[in-house]
Design a protein around this ligand. Structure first.
Ligand SMILES: Nc1nc2c(c(=O)[nH]1)N[C@H]1C(S)=C(S)[C@@H](COP(=O)(O)OP(=O)(O)OC[C@H]3O[C@@H](n4cnc5c(=O)[nH]c(N)nc54)[C@H](O)[C@@H]3O)O[C@H]1N2
Ligand SMILES: Nc1nc2c(c(=O)[nH]1)N[C@H]1C(S)=C(S)[C@@H](COP(=O)(O)OP(=O)(O)OC[C@H]3O[C@@H](n4cnc5c(=O)[nH]c(N)nc54)[C@H](O)[C@@H]3O)O[C@H]1N2
Ligand SMILES: [Mo]
Length: 740
């Protein structure tokens, strides 16, 4: 059962020791057998066994041998599986007839999609997928899009999630791919959490950090977050930063490190380029200026710099407080800079985790379902495109590479303008999760847009669909996925899906067969037929690239428990993936996102130190909308609640929306704890009961999980120029007591 404390009992340990095991288990009946998988409700990758009786899931237990969780489960791991058996699962395809969605057979549903695809040009077809399907699904979809249809219009909701992680890793190190490892928690002497509420969002990783904190020689901890999260309360130094000012803080911290000589000059010389520019940029950020921009006490900034500067083994984690905010890539890159300047990368305890959020976001990026070319290949490097053309035996010209891939925000814009006329949405619920929902609903209702939605439940998005495809999910299908520290897990099918629901892979394979995609020899383009053969195809595609899966077979994953690609840590030798022939990007200008041409690329195995100036956010409080809105998560709910909302053990802790306010603001607005308040932005309004708690004055927080009073009615359609990730944590709002 869930303890009232979601992190359970502590198992303290000392630096350099292995994290002790703690096996959590929750079963409602005695299982007849156990089937191996990992968690699909966050990016941590907790190893799990599913307990099965007959054709029913009856519980879960943590995998003791797993390198990620050593047996532990978080509340969503413990109870989330119950959603699979909800009575309202989609079990048959639906099509729109006379304005209404009605049940039909697979043949009818797929024929309609194929007919529409054949009527349209490739550039009129867009795909908006997920960070929650499996690697095999994404690779198949990527091949369909790039070599079958030849459309550049494919992206995942990973654009909303960890596009900045990818962009920051590419910018600094040459390619995507996490440098650090979770075992860095075991070795570090300092942990810095940059806009990451890990306690609620990767609860098992937090257990590991807490166990170090309760053991001997605990690591120091720094948290940067405008709210008093559980992380902020635990930290030795908490900087309650003004939202949208991360880059000013980072520039200021780097300046202190450089001025005090808390940097590793020999590492900088041997392994980086760009130090002169960086020093020039950050020199304009003395503490007093940063304190003013970020509204932080100067002493707090100094104290943070001392922690970072004194660390011998520094571990940083970065997530949505940086990625979904202003100047996202520049701020995330600044964390990479910090580690490069201090030579704190590629050795035990010294690591950067540019975190992922969704369980399989890493695979969306690796396989190219996010628009990139598979295997972290560079769209602007003809030899990378040629490799793929040879692998798939298609013309180079078929593979879109004349411009950067179309990012999700642009795909939605094209649909709004009418140039994309078919949008296939899989494993995501944009009618709740995209910014500015009034606009999203307008787009989805366009009569000239044919909308396909592939989901496991009826959602706010299926309401707009022309065709709804019922999918099988975790526990009902086989495949692999990779967590935030590059650990690959195999997830085996445990039970049959309900009704006629089909695995996402089978749906994509069926589409490819019906479209009759061929290679240059006239043979079928997609040669695989199930998860393991799809994986084998991906292994061939990944060979020789940073995310090389050739050594990680289903056989090795089966029975084992999680294998990392690239080894424990990347860049242990200080040689980065920046060489021109190998890198994934020739670079972008950090403040504008402008793509740099190959001719200007100077990558030679050294990492790039990149810096740019802080600029104010595109929307700041003013007379009409005087407060700042930030949005985010609670430990009990996952995203738009299609799963956790159906699990009473989770849902009852946070069944409906609320808004967090500082008591000084509440006092001024005559709002008492529990009063229903109205929150308005230039886009829309919602109502929610007030919770007076630890948050910066002038800032309000709304969890984005609730479709009925959705935070995204308020947020705005603006994105980071480099990663194109929307700014969910920046909107100006006004707040008053409802009905007043
Ligand atoms: N329980 C639960 N776990 C999840 C998920 C879930 O829905 N529920 N979703 C998963 C996914 S997909 C993701 S992406 C991750 C997200 O994981 P996190 O990034 O940890 O979660 P968020 O709550 O979105 O944002 C983190 C923090 O950013 C802070 N913040 C807001 N604005 C700023 C700012 O300007 N600067 C700084 N420094 N901080 C700011 C917020 O106060 C918030 O506490 O969680 C994953 N895990
Ligand atoms: N305001 C605000 N908005 C945000 C964020 C924020 O912090 N603030 N965070 C953003 C982030 S980081 C993320 S990741 C997104 C998440 O946003 P979404 O991806 O839209 O959220 P989910 O509820 O996870 O939607 C996943 C959908 O896939 C379905 N599904 C589950 N399993 C399967 C499967 O196996 N196959 C198929 N076909 N479907 C399946 C689920 O029922 C659900 O409808 O939200 C973003 N939006
Ligand atoms: Mo996410």
């Amino acid at each position: 059962m869930i303890p009232s404390d979601p992190w359970g009992v502590r198992t303290p340990y000392a630096p350099g020791q292995p994290w002790p095991a703690r096996v959590d288990r929750h079963t409602v009946e005695e299982p007849e057998r156990w089937v191996q998988t990992a968690s699909l409700l966050h990016s941590n990758g907790d190893g799990i066994d599913i307990g099965v009786r007959g054709n029913r899931i009856v519980g879960v237990r943590g995998r003791e041998s797993d390198r990620v969780n050593r047996g532990r489960l978080d509340p969503k791991d413990v109870h989330g599986w119950q959603a699979n058996a909800s009575p309202d699962r989609l079990t048959r395809p639906l099509v729109r007839r006379d304005g209404k969605l009605v049940e039909t057979g697979w043949d009818d549903a797929m024929s309609r999609i194929v007919r529409r695809s054949s009527e349209l040009k490739p550039l009129e077809i867009g795909f908006y997928t997920s960070g929650q399907l499996f690697l095999e699904d994404y690779y198949t979809l990527a091949v369909i899009g790039k070599a079958g249809l030849g459309t550049p219009h494919m992206d995942g909701n990973t654009r909303l999630c960890t596009a900045t992680s990818a962009a920051a890793l590419k910018a600094s190190f040459g390619t995507d791919g996490q440098p650090g490892s979770y075992t860095d928690v075991d070795h570090c002497d300092t942990i810095a959490l940059w806009g990451h509420n890990v306690a609620e969002t990767q609860a098992v990783l937090w257990m590991r950090m807490l166990d170090r904190r309760r053991g001997s020689s605990p690591p120091a901890m720094l948290a940067v977050d405008p709210r008093e999260t559980p992380v902020a309360r635990e930290a030795d130094v908490h900087l309650p930063i003004r939202p949208g000012t991360n880059l000013a803080l980072m520039n200021g911290l780097l300046r202190i490190l450089l001025r005090r000589g808390w940097v590793d000059r020999s590492y900088i010389t041997a392994h980086t380029q760009g130090i002169d520019d960086l020093e020039r940029v950050v020199d304009a950020y003395p503490v007093a200026r940063v304190a003013e921009i970020c509204d932080l006490p100067p002493a707090g900034i100094e104290r943070a710099a001392e922690l970072l500067g004194g660390a011998k083994r520094l571990l940083s984690t970065v997530l949505q407080g940086f990625y979904q905010s202003h100047q996202a890539t520049a701020s995330a890159v600044a964390v990479n800079n910090l580690h490069l300047l201090r030579g704190m990368i590629g050795r035990p305890g010294a690591g950067v985790l540019q975190m992922n959020g969704q369980p399989t976001a890493e695979n969306t990026r690796e396989t190219g379902a996010d628009g990139d070319l598979p295997g972290f290949r560079n769209w602007d490097n003809p030899s990378h495109v040629r490799d793929l053309a040879a692998l798939w035996n298609v013309d180079m010209a078929t593979i879109p590479h004349w411009a950067p891939p179309t990012h999700a925000m642009q795909i939605w814009r094209y649909a709004e303008q009418g140039s994309i006329r078919m949008l296939w949405i899989s494993g995501t619920n944009p009618a709740v999760s995209l910014p500015d929902l009034a606009r999203v609903r307008r787009i989805l209702s366009r009569p000239d847009l044919f909308v396909v939605v592939q989901d496991i439940f009826p959602t706010a998005t299926t309401e707009f669909a022309d065709v709804v495809l019922p999918a099988a999910t975790w526990g009902e299908k086989t495949g692999t996925f990779t967590n935030a520290d590059r650990t690959v897990h195999l997830s085996e099918k445990a039970v049959e899906p309900p009704g006629e629901a089909r695995a996402d892979l089978d749906i994509f394979l069926d589409y490819a067969a019906r479209m009759d995609f061929r290679d240059n020899a006239g043979a079928p383009l997609v040669t695989w037929h199930d998860a393991e053969s799809a994986y084998a195809a991906w292994q061939r595609c990944s060979a020789g690239r940073p995310c090389d899966y050739t050594g990680i077979t289903y056989d090795k994953l089966r029975g084992g428990s999680g294998l990392q690609w690239g080894g424990e840590r990347l860049y242990t030798d200080g040689v980065f993936n920046t060489r021109s022939g190998y890198c994934e990007t020739y670079g972008q200008e950090l403040s504008t996102g402008a793509e740099r041409p190959a001719s200007e690329h100077s990558g030679d195995g050294r990492a790039f130190l990149l810096a740019t100036d802080y600029r104010p956010a595109p929307e700041v409080p003013g007379a009409e909308y005087p407060m700042r809105l930030v949005t985010g998560r609670t430990v009990w709910q996952f995203h738009t609640r299609t799963k956790t909302g159906r699990v009473p053990e989770l849902d009852r802790h946070a069944p409906s929306v609320w808004v967090e306010l500082h008591e000084s603001d509440a006092g001024a607005l005559r709002i008492a704890d529990g009063d229903v308040v109205r929150i308005e932005s230039p886009r829309g309004a919602i109502e929610a009961p007030a919770r007076l708690c630890g948050i910066r004055p002038g800032t309000v927080f709304v969890p984005f999980h609730y479709a009925e009073q959705a935070a995204n009615e308020l947020t705005r359609t603006t994105w980071d120029p480099v990663s194109k990730q929307p700014m969910f944590k920046l909107a100006a709002v006004r707040v008053r007591k409802a009905g007043s």
